[in-house]
Design a protein around this ligand. Sequence first.
Ligand SMILES: Cc1ncc(COP(=O)(O)O)c(C=O)c1O
Length: 448
Amino acid sequence: MSSALKSAEQSIAPANNLDAFWMPFTANRQFKSRPRLLVGAKDMHYRNAEGDEILDATAGLWCVNAGHSRPKIVEAVQKQIAELDYAPAFQMGHPKAFELAARVAAMMPGNLDRIFFTNSGSESVDTALKVAIAYHRARGEGTRTRLIGRERGYHGVGFGGISVGGIVKNRMFFGSLLNGVDHLPHTHDREKQAYSRGCPEWGAHLADELERIVTLHDASTIAAVIVEPVAGSTGVLMPPKGYLEKLRAICDKHGILLIFDEVITGFGRLGAPTATEYFGVTPDIVTMAKGLTNGVIPMGCVAFDSKIYDAFMDGPENVIELFHGYTYSGHPMAAAAGLATLDTYKEEGLFERAAELAPYWEEAVHALKGEPHVIDLRNLGLIGAIELESIPGKPTARAFDAFLKAYEKGLLIRTTGDIIALSPPLIISKAQIDQVFETLRGVLRAVD
Ligand SMILES: Cc1ncc(COP(=O)(O)O)c(C=O)c1O
C-alpha cells in the first residue's frame, strides 16, 4: 500500500483500533482485550463508551480536585486558546504565568514564594533536585551533590525521580540510575500501625535514620532530602506523628535542603492548601502538579524558598541565572486553567469542604473493618486506603480483580500492589461517599 493510502487509512482507522498506543503504567494486553474507554466527564462522574456513568473515586489520577468539566475552567481555556495560544517561555513572558505564580506563592507558607513552572510532577521533581544541587554550588558548597530519598517513595519517572524513589519495579529495569543517592527507610509497619485513624502514633524515630546516613556520607556531601509528606503511589502511607518535624530538624542541623513532594497532597487533598500547611512543617522546596490545573492542561510547579532564588541572582544582569526550563514552562493555556482552577477552589471553599468531610470519610473508610481480605485501613483528609491480603504467589491479583469488579459496578478506584487507594474530587457528597463504600463492600465480598 502506498504511504499516502496508508496514512489515509490510518486517519479513518476505527476508534477501536487499539494497537498503536503503548499505554503507560497499564497492563496493555489485558486492557486491549477488554478496553475501558472513557468518552465524557462531568462533576463526579465519567461516562464510558458503553454509556455507563462511572463514579470517580480517584479524581482521575489524584488531579481533578474540583471535579470534572467545571464551567469556569472550561471557559478560561476556551478563551485563552483564541487569545494567546503560545508564548515563548525563554526570555519572553505573558501576564497569566506571572499572575499564577503570584497566586501560588500567596498560597504557600513561609518564604516558599518563588515559583518555577513545569509540565508534570516528574519534571517538578527533576527541577527540584537539580536546583538543590545547583544552589549549594552557587553558595560555594559544590561538594553537596548527594540526594536522599526514601524506600517506597514515588517521585515520578524521570531518572532523578526514580533514583530517589523507592519502588523496585520503577527502578530495576532502568540501569544504574543516578550516582550518589541514598534512601531513608519507609515508615510503614502494619504490626504497629494497622487501622490507625489519620497519622500513626508509631514511627517518628525512623527519621533519625537520616543522622545515620549523614554520619556515613558526611553532611558536606548531601544536597537534599526528598519525601512525600503522604506517600501515595506505594499504597498511601501517612507520616508517623512527629516524623516530618524530626526530618526538618535534622536537615536544619546539617544544612541539608528538605524537599516535600506534594504532587498529590497539594491543592486541598488534606483539607488545607498543602500538606506543608496541614502538618505545620515548612520545607525549602515543594513540588506540585496535578491539582494545580485540576488536571485539565498538563502543568506542574516548584515552590522555592526565596533564599534559593536569591542565591542565583548575582553576576551580570544580562546573563541567564539558571540553565534549566521547558518549552512549555508557564504555557498560556495551562496558566489560564490554573488561574480558573484556583478561583474555583476559592469560590467554592473546596479545601475547607475537604476538611469538613474528612471525619465522615474516616468513618466510612474504617467501617470496612472485618470485610473479607481487608488487613488494614488508612485515611487522612480525603485520602483512603484499603489494604488487602495478597493471594499467595500472586501479588496484586486480588486488588486488580477488585478494580475490574468496581468498574463493572460503575466505580473508578485505583490500586497499587494489593492496596486500593481512594482520592475523590473534593466536591464529593456524603451520599456519594456512601455509594463508594457500599460498592466496595460488595466488591470485597465478591473477589476471590
Ligand atoms: C508524589 C508524586 N510525585 C511525582 C509524581 C509524578 O507526576 P507525573 O505523573 O505528573 O509526572 C506523582 C504522580 O502520581 C506523585 O504522586
